[in-house]
Design a protein around this ligand. Structure first.
Ligand code: IMP
Ligand code: MG
Length: 182
């Protein structure tokens, strides 16, 4: 049997590249203001936040470094199972650092709730959360991001780093994946 890659379906665009770029610029300006004169470390949650982190960090006018973590929630569907496991920890010490956790999307909040506890145990100087998207209506664990790009309804989105079964991460827009494709 031969398997050629499936063609890309027409997806509904939720945010265009211009809308994303404008919002990310605003978020970067806010971070630059908040941490004036200080150093920060961006900690991206792989893989979904990688593109957002790259765009955000390049507009922040501060002394900054990057680190990355990788988490998995058991069960690999469109819904988080709530059971989070750390696959890759940070490379450097977070002690006494201004840490900004960078996430693509806050959904139930279970992942970020887990990460927040984990990072607070490292005793950073400060800990903030930057999330490009916030599905506020889906929250199970009370987690609030300090920097939010867009609040969105309960729809499954892909593109700009976000995937469905590892596909669509390279779409430059943020699109809605209709239920029939999930
Ligand atoms: P939470 O633990 O439910 O907040 O899940 C957060 C994670 O689930 C995000 O970091 C994403 O990786 C994934 N996720 C939640 N909603 C979506 C979506 O609409 N598209 C792609 N990934 C999503
Ligand atoms: Mg993620």
């Amino acid at each position: 049997m031969h398997s050629s890659p499936a063609p890309l379906p027409e997806l509904r665009v939720l945010f265009t590249r211009e809308q994303i770029a404008r919002r990310v610029t605003e978020m970067a300006a806010e971070i630059t203001r908040d941490f004036q004169g200080q150093s920060i470390i961006f900690v991206g949650v792989l893989k979904g936040a990688s593109i957002f982190l790259g765009d955000l960090a390049r507009q922040v006018r501060l002394d900054a470094t990057f680190d990355f973590i990788s988490v998995a929630s058991y069960g690999n569907t469109t819904r988080s199972s709530g059971e989070v496991r750390l696959n890759k920890d940070v490379d450097s010490s977070m002690a006494d650092k201004n840490v900004i956790l960078v996430e693509d999307i806050l959904d139930t909040g279970l992942t970020m709730g887990f990460l927040r506890k984990l990072f607070l145990a490292h005793q950073p100087r400060s800990l903030r959360i930057a999330a490009l998207l916030d599905k506020a209506c889906r929250r199970i664990e009370a987690v609030k991001a300090d920097y939010v790009g867009f609040v969105i309804p309960d729809e499954f989105v892909v593109g700009y780093g976000m995937d469905y079964g590892e596909r669509y991460r390279n779409l430059p827009e943020i699109c809605v994946l209709p239920p029939e494709l999930q």
